[in-house]
Ligand binder design. Structure first.
Ligand SMILES: [Zn+2]
Length: 306
């Protein structure tokens, strides 16, 4: 099954050095999820061959402009293109208010239903099951209520062993039950244990997204052992005091979270406009956690090939 992430923007509040504000796309075979929608996201979707009509769910971390200002434009374009399919928007209550105000002043309405799922007053506090994912929201430590997200594939059925099925003459009609973990009881009452007929599926993939936040210990538990963690690295350690004041993280702090949480890899992002060359941020992160990587616009990560 597909589980693939594409970075559409990994800059911070000011456009600089060719970097755009936050947005990402996570695709499975059944769904397309957008994570944050900074200004100009729809243009970058076009650039990277992604169809906005395919988006099923949009998760917005918080109400700072570099994380949501692309939303009215993206939804208006979807409307113009004739979208009818429902859109789920997960985010702070202000998102619904902002979109309704936009429609009111523009004298328009979206011709497709929008299902709003509101995150908690302090961020986080949501858990939902979609067609292919479990989405969990957890609070981050930023200047306003901000939500981090964890996306986990739904568990897959067990892998059937064709030769064992043949050997024990397992009829087709019970193979679904065996994939769900049941034993096979033959007509003569003999029980064939499930492990004889199938093996465990591979572990579900999971991805966590944390932007924006100061260093926050509770994130370790929320993102524990995920395959990849995107964690903001707005500043270098030399700007630690500024990071603290603005409720952002340094590259080293992000790496410390990744290391503590034993994640597969750290994807760095949300770089401050003051850094043209990102190599020093990478070096700083790698001094703490070797599997640190810079995210870049247009980059795709196939989780099954990691
Ligand atoms: Zn912010």
């Amino acid at each position: 099954m597909r589980f693939e992430l594409t970075i559409l923007g990994c800059g911070s509040a000011l456009p600089a050095n060719g970097r755009n504000p936050s947005s990402q796309i996570l695709r499975t075979d059944k769904e397309m999820v957008m994570i944050d929608c900074g200004e100009g996201t729809q243009t970058r979707m076009r650039r990277y061959g992604l169809k906005m009509q395919s988006i099923d769910i949009i998760c917005i971390s918080h109400m700072h402009g570099d994380h949501y200002l692309g939303l009215p434009g993206l939804l208006s374009s979807s409307n113009l293109l004739g979208r009818k399919k429902e859109m789920t928007i997960i985010g702070p209550p202000g998102i619904q208010e902002m979109l309704e105000m936009h429609c009111r002043h523009a004298g328009m309405r979206f011709a497709f239903p929008i299902h709003y799922v509101q995150t908690g007053a302090k961020g986080g506090d949501i858990e939902m099951q979609t067609k292919s994912l479990r989405i969990q929201g957890f609070p981050l430590d930023h200047k306003i209520a901000t939500t981090g997200f964890r996306f986990t594939e739904k568990p897959r059925p067990r892998r059937l062993d064709p030769s064992a099925l043949e050997r024990y003459e397992v009829p087709l009609k019970v193979r679904g039950a065996i994939a769900r973990g049941e034993d096979y009881i033959r007509d003569d009452g003999k029980r064939i244990p499930n492990e004889t007929l199938s093996s465990a599926p591979r572990a579900p993939r999971s991805y966590a997204y944390c932007s924006d936040t100061a260093y926050l210990e509770s994130v370790v538990e929320q993102v524990h052992a995920c395959d990849a963690l995107y964690h903001e690295c707005t500043f270098m350690e030399s700007e630690k005091e500024r990071a603290e004041r603005t409720r952002h993280s340094t590259a080293k702090q992000a790496a410390a979270i990744a290391k503590e949480a034993k994640v597969g890899r750290l994807l760095m992002g949300h770089y401050s406009a003051r850094y043209d060359d990102l190599r020093p941020l990478l070096d700083e992160a790698r001094s703490v956690f070797a599997e640190s990587h810079l995210s870049e616009e247009g980059m795709s990560i196939d989780f099954h090939r990691m």
